[in-house]
Design a protein around this ligand. Structure first.
Ligand code: GDP
Ligand code: MG
Length: 179
């Protein structure tokens, strides 16, 4: 392990499972901070609060990972750049049962890749739909020439979430080793 402290961000649609993922993975009680909205232009109410989840997981080799959940609502996207500062990667979670799932994927990918290209995509709520296929996402990624790792996950399942986090870390280590 080359780095001892990592920061990973969870982004994506409301209800996709960001809070669940952090909750199931965290070794410490999850803290939900209230951040004050100072973006008056985006918000007429000066003192709107938005929730950011924070958890931590310690890997087998002793490395600690801070897990940050971003507020999903688009109107809070001014927060994302702040939360993503110094992050080694982002998990983008998309709710498969949502009406605009491909548009959501496009929106969140475009937003988060501004802050770093180390991104994995987790499609959640697949269990709730008869059509449980990842193909629509894979096709969309191919057409748009993206090759981010794509996972079918249940955000409530620790192994599912851990696999995405480990993929992000592996990407960073590969990059460091090749320097
Ligand atoms: N059926 C199903 N429910 C899920 C899945 N992932 C998360 N949930 C549930 O979806 C709801 C919203 O999840 P939450 O973590 O609050 O979403 P957030 O808005 O992204 O933080 C919760 O009741 C979760 O238990 C999934 O893959 N399948
Ligand atoms: Mg949440």
């Amino acid at each position: 392990m080359l780095l001892q402290k990592y920061k990973i961000v969870f982004g994506g649609t409301m209800g996709a499972g960001k809070s669940s993922a952090i909750q199931i993975l965290s070794d410490i009680p999850v803290v939900s901070t209230e951040a004050v909205n100072t973006d008056i232009a985006a918000h007429t109410k000066a003192l709107t609060t938005v929730g950011i989840d924070y958890g931590e997981i310690v890997l087998d080799d002793g490395a600690t990972i801070g897990l940050y959940g971003t507020p999903g609502q688009e109107r809070f996207n001014f927060m994302w750049s702040i939360v993503c500062k110094g992050a080694i990667g982002t998990v983008v979670l998309i709710d498969h049962s949502g009406p605009n799932r491909l548009k959501d994927l496009e929106f969140y990918l475009n937003s988060f890749k501004e802050y770093g290209e180390n991104i994995v995509i987790g499609i959640t709520h697949l269990d709730e739909e008869k059509e449980q296929q990842l193909k629509i996402y894979r096709d969309w990624l191919n057409i748009n020439k993206h090759n981010y790792p794509l996972f079918s996950v249940d955000a409530r399942q620790k192994d599912d979430v851990l696999l995405m986090v480990e993929t992000l870390i592996a990407n960073v280590e590969v990059e460091l080793l090749s320097q």
